[in-house]
Ligand binder design. Structure first.
Ligand code: GCU
Length: 330
């Protein structure tokens, strides 16, 4: 990180003060921070949303996107947003759990049966309630973006939980992710996304877990050559806006933002499918990454107590039941 946190907050506050005044300027420019590269599908989908917001508000509300963690890690961006120094951030349910426990429901391993189940949760009432739950914590969710399924990658095959024994596995700073790795038998090492490439390269960690696009867009395929497809979690990215900023928008502007956010989620669905296929192809052909099929049941069994415990946890039990109720019976 180039800046320490205080300097970063000051920098962002000054940068924002220069461009935003809800009451005096005709157009409002909202700054959006995220930690992915410009080539990542979620960047493209958020650009799509920004274009729609501009269109629907006749240029009155504009969104300027700062990719690659330029304004800080996901955690730092959330802190800036809560301090009023940033307007919009893209994080994911895993990191948001520390700010709003409701997001923990998405992070339970194997809670989703398949992609349709995942979409029913994101698009349905339970997903909407989770987006709204954090208003008093200084932010609300605008939409989810599909982030596929997360699997392990390292320089060895991870085909059973026993293969994780003795391995340091990088996880996001999320209590659920830490617990999952422990229950599967590995050693969890929380690190920010931006630190991971070097950590893998230098052997600070032995492996990580993410969707396939991390291999290419964050170049992790250069330093981890075996992707073992156990698909333990489906954790969506989440676009959040400061509650204060939200309240300062007019009702029409709020509606335009919601509409654009929803449309960008639909745009992202197809883009995600396409770009995941492309990432797999590229990882195989130009990075020499091997994809390994995994028998999931032993992983499912290892973490089953997490689902049971979540149903007993008053902070998330209703959301977990809501998601469970969306399992298709067909
Ligand atoms: C995914 C997700 C990011 C997150 C990253 C991580 O790529 O889209 O929001 O930061 O996982 O593992 O940290």
């Amino acid at each position: 990180m180039l800046f320490n946190k205080k300097a970063l907050a000051t920098f962002v506050t000054c940068a924002l003060a220069a461009t935003t005044s809800f009451s005096t300027l005709a157009a409002t420019t909202l700054k959006l921070s995220h930690n992915q590269d410009r080539n990542h599908p979620v960047h493209k989908s958020m650009q799509y949303m920004a274009d729609k917001v501009k269109e629907y508000t006749d240029g009155e509300v504009r969104i300027r996107i700062y990719p690659n963690g330029q304004l800080g890690t996901q955690r730092e961006s959330m802190e800036l947003l809560q301090n009023g120094a940033l307007h919009i951030a893209k994080s994911n349910a895993s990191e948001l759990e520390a700010f709003e426990p409701a997001y923990g429901a998405f992070n339970i391993p194997y809670i989703f049966r398949d992609r349709d189940h995942y979409y029913r949760a994101m698009e349905g009432e339970v997903g909407e309630k989770i987006l709204e739950a954090s208003y008093d914590k200084g932010f609300i969710g605008l939409t989810y973006y599909d982030a596929g399924a997360r699997s392990f990658y390292a320089n060895k095959e991870i085909k059973t939980p026993a293969d994780l024994a003795g391995l340091k596995i990088r996880v996001q700073p999320s209590p659920t992710a830490v617990e999952m790795i422990k229950m599967m038998g590995g050693s969890p090492t929380p690190l920010s996304y931006g630190e991971l490439y070097t950590a893998l390269q230098q052997g600070v960690v032995d492996g990580a877990e993410n969707n396939e696009t991390a291999l290419t867009t964050a170049r992790h395929g250069e330093v981890a050559k075996i992707f073992s497809m156990d698909e333990h979690t489906m954790i969506p990215d989440v676009l959040v806006i400061s509650s204060k900023v939200w309240d300062e928008l007019s009702a029409d502007e709020q509606q335009a933002m919601k509409k654009a956010a929803k449309e960008s989620m639909a745009f992202h669905k197809d883009l995600w499918t396409e770009m995941t296929v492309e990432s797999i192809e590229k990882a195989k052909s130009s990075m020499d990454v091997k994809f390994v099929a995994v028998e999931k049941q032993p992983f499912v069994d290892a973490v089953k107590p997490m689902h049971d415990a979540a149903l007993q946890n008053p902070a998330i039990a209703d959301y977990v039941r809501g998601i469970d109720a969306l399992v298709s019976t067909n």
